[in-house]
Design a protein around this ligand. Structure first.
Ligand code: NAD
Length: 244
């Protein structure tokens, strides 16, 4: 086996073929909203109802979305690679639940999750599958202090210690469907390269940080990721790896 620890970073592009719009559209809007109206801490103070409703709408739409072959291939790799003596760490910037529904058991949601809610009064987090509002009460402390458990721009992403440990230990780093614009995730490839990992990106086109990768596969993730995983599982390596 060629790679002992594979780290995979996914972004909005992996869920695009499942019908969830990516972040950076040509209009600069996210689901018809300006980022500063729904994805910054100030928005929650200025207009909390709009912020809750925005994430309610996305959460409500989840049951109508299905994982695609890219999500399923990553779940397969997580399940089968340990049998070959390896480890797979999956980090996602996505807030949807498609990795879990594809069968991934361990998913690091560095930007939070739609199916989680956070009480800003007592600090607890809860699994949450319904609508929320500024009046929703915390199931533990009873205070109306719940907010969507989403990392807004300007806030610290979650699980950074765990992510940093994984990046410094990995020998293969894969980035799938991420534009390379949102930091710190956009800088993960450089950490992986410092650990001497082979770095491969999967995207429709070169990302903003494509030059940091050894090479890329540029087509739909639903096609490129399953074929890459198949190559890894059958031969322990992937065609093109020696282009590095
Ligand atoms: P982004 O929208 O900035 O970039 C998406 C990238 O995916 C682009 O580079 C695009 O070329 C690529 N892409 C689009 N369709 C693809 C396909 N079929 N196959 C392969 N690549 C494809 O996304 P980002 O870099 O993840 O950053 C945006 C932020 O927005 C993230 O932090 C995330 O939390 C959030 N977001 C999440 C979701 C979700 O949960 N599904 C959706 C939109 C935005």
């Amino acid at each position: 086996m060629m790679f002992k620890h594979i780290v995979i970073l996914t972004g909005a592009g992996i869920s695009a073929e499942s019908g969830i719009p990516v972040f950076r559209s040509e209009t600069g809007l996210w689901e018809n909203h300006r980022i500063e109206d729904v994805c910054v801490p100030e928005a929650l103070i200025r207009d909390p109802l709009t912020v809750h409703e925005f994430y309610n709408t996305m959460r409500r739409s989840l049951p109508s979305k299905e994982p695609n072959p890219a999500h399923r291939a990553i779940a397969r790799l997580q399940q089968e690679w340990p049998a070959q003596g390896g480890q797979v760490t999956l980090i996602t910037q996505n807030i949807d639940d498609l990795h879990e529904r594809a069968g991934s058991m361990q998913v690091i949601h560095m930007h939070g999750a739609l199916k989680s809610i956070w009480c800003t009064a007592c600090g607890r987090r809860f699994y949450w599958d319904e609508d929320s509002s500024p009046d929703s009460k915390c199931p533990h402390c009873g205070k109306p202090a719940l907010r969507p458990d989403i990392v807004f721009f300007g806030e610290m992403p979650y699980h950074m210690d765990e992510i940093s440990d994984a990046l410094s230990d990995c020998d293969l780093f894969l980035a799938v469907g991420t534009s390379g614009v949102v930091y710190p995730a956009a800088g993960f490839c450089q950490y992986a390269r410092a650990a001497k990992a082979l770095c491969v990106e999967f995207n429709l086109e070169k990302s903003a940080v494509a030059s940091n990768f050894h090479y890329g596969r540029y087509s739909k993730a639903g096609v490129t990721v399953p074929s890459f995983v198949e190559e890894l599982l059958t031969s322990g390596k992937a065609q093109g790896w020696n282009e590095a």
